[in-house]
Write a protein that binds this ligand. Sequence first.
Ligand code: GDP
Ligand code: ZN
Length: 311
Amino acid sequence: MVIRAYGKFFDVQVQADSRVLLATIKGSVRRERLRTDLVAVGDRVWVTDVGEDEGQIELVEPRTRVLARLARNTRDIEQVILANPDQVLFLFAAREPIPHRRMLDRFLILAETQKLPALIGVNKMDLDQATDGRSVAEKTFADYVPLYDVHFLSLVTSFGVERLRTALAGKITVVAGPSGVGKSSLLNALDPGHDRTIGSVSDHTGKGRHTTIATQLYQIGPATFVADTPGIRSLALDAVPLEDLAQAFPEFRPFLGECFYSDCTHVHEPGCAIREALAAGTIAPARYESYAALRRGDTLDLAAAENLDGP
Ligand code: GDP
Ligand code: ZN
């Protein structure tokens, strides 16, 4: 498994003994793979041990899926951020920082368009405050519970961590979320053997960013990896084609094709099945608002998305 890339060099973790070899790519691999990055983090490769903890990559297994930056034109090489991701965990906090729902929607759309199953984590539940006997965070994220696997967590009390660990087992999970929500803390909780830098919210105002430039995989259990990829931030800034937008809202799907106009944008047309579902309470108002805002081309959310990074 390629767990880290440094230009032409790759850290390859050998399955048999978990040793990490610093590997280069054999010339024959080059000729076989033209339109994509030859080797990317997450690739399963066959490697020859050439001694002194160095290796040579002989063969790259076919990828099940890639998280890639879209090529700007057809001659471009696809830029792979992560090969073979199984799912993505979007981590937010109940408070500090206050969760930004539009940003979550934006990133769920990204996951849906990349056909990557999404999980949602809401950390810092120990800081959550109840109003009218109900948790503020549970209210904020209530719309998502029927749609996605939502994990309420506290890394301070370990609340929810074991259930999350079960959801990650045997998979490669990309973790992304705004600065300060607890991504590094989560990696440490899942894999106490490795010590990673945990910053305070105020440490994350910019300068520390260069510490997480490259995608890296951390093994947190047998065949279980968590990917730290700042690349998802730039991915999110790629445009999602407008015609794919409604499809990216899973609760809209049962109604698509039911509108009076076949090219309905679900914003102003009469006989719109989506807006009927909204009026009937089947679609949550805030989720519809997110859709409508993106459809109108509001770019407000993109500014907020700038604040998203990896662990
Ligand atoms: P990252 O920027 O997403 O990697 O966040 P960090 O893991 O660096 O955590 C940011 C801050 O939040 C640190 O001061 C952590 O100690 C704190 N923190 C992390 N998890 C929790 C939690 O569950 N509850 C509370 N109260 N603080 C937390
Ligand atoms: Zn419609």
